[in-house]
Design a protein around this ligand. Structure first.
Ligand code: PLP
Length: 465
């Protein structure tokens, strides 16, 4: 098959038709997957094909074999974990990203990709209440955004003691102490593991009933420690409750002790983009680094995370690379080679879908998306309470934690709801107590979807009571 021939055009159009069919049908299908692992293995597995197979047949077979093994995460009634849908404009830009096939590590690998990241990065800083002088990186998700931001933090806090981790490594370095809230996300710990800081250096600070770090407890813990290089990891948007740490008080305590403040705002940082919710992240602009996702609340396809760092110097020192073979004949001096700011080398041009989503929504559209999904969460909570269940959290953002009567009942209810297929929700243990959790993160959820889903959940509840 030739790239420019009719075959390629037919193949790509056909794939687009399959994708469009899926998108248009996503509202009408059960939210859960139909096929199980054994069926999928049976359809998709087997030995390496010995000879080429027609490209059109590969795509058609892939669609036939996979479709009922997909979950309707892109649909309006998926409420598990914290999962955004994907805005059509962002999916369209993502298709183009694949088709354009730029290696967006270097400016010369795609000048448009580089400039779009520059523009989209500045828009992100603006919308998220981060100083415009911050450096940034588009990465795969909040996990790698933590690694990026905390690598800069590690560089910075050790440099202050005269230790250059970039050349000297960590063996023999002054130990780094990391204060975290006890209800932090697990990706903070894993970032510290990957960075060689380790979890032994973590001091866990007590949190309140909503999961917010108790700032006076942080101040107390810092006062009683023998502090060298220090990082404080705050969180806005607890993955279960949506609660946000009191950033102003945390920054006060941290700055008094010369600590770097990192903010995990995987979804919660988007509160800054909503005039109604921004109070939750007051003081955010005073932090040293921030991380968030575009694939959660901004509703951009996977995978799309973002790190911002108030101190470009240690950020660049931690990542810059310049091997001789990256010399090229470009006339322009590149404004910014993305690979100097990211852990990846070759990388996807993931700025395009973010740019498209932000340009389409605008400031008011982003605010409206955040406020609308928060209102849906409050509506869910009201329906659950009216139906006799106990809502365990203050519904300040898009998360609802609800107890339908203990572990066994919650488990049975979650299974029954998932199986019935109207909507999908997951479970958790919140401070020792079993709960079901609902996260409203998708752009396409309407109030009718909330009511239909609440009806399905309360029907299952009635059956189990
Ligand atoms: C989802 C989440 C993460 C991890 O983000 P990924 O994009 O999955 O890597 C980190 N912190 C919080 C609070 C989250 O909700």
């Amino acid at each position: 098959m030739t790239e420019h021939g009719d075959d390629a055009a037919r193949l790509l159009r056909r794939a687009a038709e399959h994708a469009i069919d899926f998108r248009l049908g996503v509202d009408g299908r059960p939210v859960r997957a139909g096929a199980d692992a054994a069926e999928l293995r049976d359809r998709l597995g087997g030995p390496v094909p010995e000879a080429p197979i027609d490209a059109g047949a590969v795509i058609d077979d892939l669609v036939t074999a996979s479709t009922d093994g997909l979950v309707a995460m892109a649909g309006p009634r998926y409420f598990g974990f914290v999962i955004g849908g994907s805005l059509p404009v962002a999916v369209a830009a993502d298709w183009l990203t694949s088709a354009w096939d730029q290696n967006a590590g270097l400016f010369v690998g795609g000048p448009a990709a580089a400039i779009v990241e520059e523009v989209a990065g500045a828009w992100m800083l603006d919308l998220l209440g981060v100083p415009p002088t911050a450096s940034f990186a588009f990465v795969t998700g909040c996990q790698m955004a933590h690694v990026t931001a905390l690598a800069a933090a590690r560089q910075h806090v050790l440099a202050a003691t005269g230790w250059d981790v970039t050349t000297q490594g960590l063996a023999g370095s002054p130990p780094i102490t990391v204060f975290v809230g006890e209800e932090r996300h697990v990706t903070i710990d894993r970032a510290l593991r990957l960075l060689g800081i380790g979890t032994a250096g973590i001091v866990s600070v007590p949190a309140d009933g909503q999961g917010r770090m108790i700032a006076p407890e942080l101040a107390k813990a810092m006062a009683s420690a023998d502090l060298g290089p220090t990082v404080v990891c705050a969180q806005v948007g607890n993955v279960d409750t949506g609660a946000c740490d009191p950033l102003d008080e945390i920054v006060d305590a941290a700055q008094e002790n010369g600590a770097w403040v990192h903010v995990d705002g995987a979804f919660g940082l988007w509160a800054a983009a909503s005039p109604e919710r921004a109070y939750l992240v007051a003081g955010c602009e005073r932090a040293d680094s921030w991380t968030t996702d575009a694939h959660k609340w901004l509703n951009v396809p996977y995978d799309s995370g973002f790190a911002a760092i108030a101190h470009p110097e240690p950020h660049r020192t931690a990542f810059a690379v310049r091997p001789p073979y990256l010399e090229f004949a470009a006339g322009d001096r590149p404004p910014r080679d993305q690979l100097d700011w990211t852990p990846e080398f070759s990388r996807r041009a993931r700025g395009f879908p973010v740019y498209a989503a932000l340009r389409h929504l605008g400031r008011s559209g982003v605010a409206e998306l955040i406020e609308r999904t928060c209102a849906h969460a409050r509506h869910f909570a009201a329906r659950f309470q009216a139906g006799g269940a106990e809502v365990l959290n203050e519904v300040v953002l898009n998360q609802v934690l609800v107890d339908f009567g203990g572990l066994d009942r919650n488990r049975a209810l979650i299974s029954a709801v998932q199986e019935e297929g109207t909507c999908w929700l997951s479970g958790t243990t919140w401070r020792g107590r079993s709960a079901a959790r609902v996260s409203v993160s998708g752009w396409s959820t309407t109030e009718e979807d909330v009511d239909r889903s609440a009806d399905a959940i309360l029907r299952a509840f009635a059956t189990l009571r």
